[in-house]
Design a protein around this ligand. Structure first.
Ligand SMILES: [Zn+2]
Length: 236
């Protein structure tokens, strides 16, 4: 699509052992670092990417954004942010999740891309609007931005205490949800899409996959000790 590429992994096709089987792409979940490195190479290769040209984040459930034009110098230099933005073609941006909502954005005309990690705290803190603002500072137009959200825990599964739902809904009413068994819940992805709609980002698609319900995806709420999925965005 006009040179914008979006991809989301599932848990298969990698080398990690139980409970990270198979394609764990997260480096901070207790898995063997060598397996993670191999998995990142396998995933990049399957997407036609150079693993050395993939930008990862140290995600902290905040709303800070980093603008990047090349890979980080070393693992110790990876900033604690929940969104990365680039105007560099061919540089892939990656976001790690296991229930949180991975958000990929690209303006194929301005050639500006962003990846954001939106869990409940990040969605409330506005990490996605912050990423869109950073994109517009690099020349992107919201009306041209293509947005894709990946596999995440759905609003029918993400049970929270009533007070927490009220707190979230006070900030983002669209995130107000109820579980399939009738208790208070939060729909983070619905919140993200409402935020994007208000910003004028209309070209949006949402993955139908609920990580908690899918045996093909990692889910932190389901398994606690588990791997991480990745979403990748890049522009030709
Ligand atoms: Zn679900």
């Amino acid at each position: 699509m006009n040179g914008a590429h979006f991809a989301f992994t599932d848990r298969w096709g990698g080398v990690s052992a139980v409970p990270y089987e198979e394609l764990n792409l997260g480096g901070a979940v207790g898995d063997d670092p060598g397996a993670v490195r191999t998995n990142r190479e396998l995933a990049a290769k399957s997407l036609g990417l150079d693993a050395a040209q993939v930008v990862w984040m140290n995600q902290v459930h905040g709303a800070d954004v980093a603008v990047v034009d090349r890979p980080w110098d070393s693992a110790s230099r990876i900033p604690s942010v929940d969104a990365v933005v680039t105007a560099r073609r061919g540089l892939a941006l990656a976001v790690l999740t296991a229930d949180c909502t991975p958000v990929l954005l690209a303006d194929p005309v301005a050639k500006v891309a962003a990846a954001a990690h939106a869990g409940r705290p990040g969605m409330i803190a506005g990490v996605v609007p912050a990423a869109v603002r950073a994109m517009t500072e690099l020349g992107a137009e919201p009306s041209r931005i293509v947005a894709r959200t990946g596999p995440a825990v759905c609003g029918r599964c993400y049970e929270v205490p009533a007070a927490m739902r009220a707190e979230v809904a006070a900030v983002e009413p669209a995130a107000h949800a109820e579980t399939s068994w009738g208790t208070p819940a939060v729909d983070v992805t619905a919140g993200v899409h409402a935020q994007l709609e208000r910003l004028g980002v209309h070209d949006r698609e949402q993955s139908p996959v609920c990580t908690l319900e899918s045996g093909d995806h990692f889910s932190y709420r389901r398994d606690r000790t588990t791997g991480r999925l990745a979403g990748y965005v890049w522009l030709d």
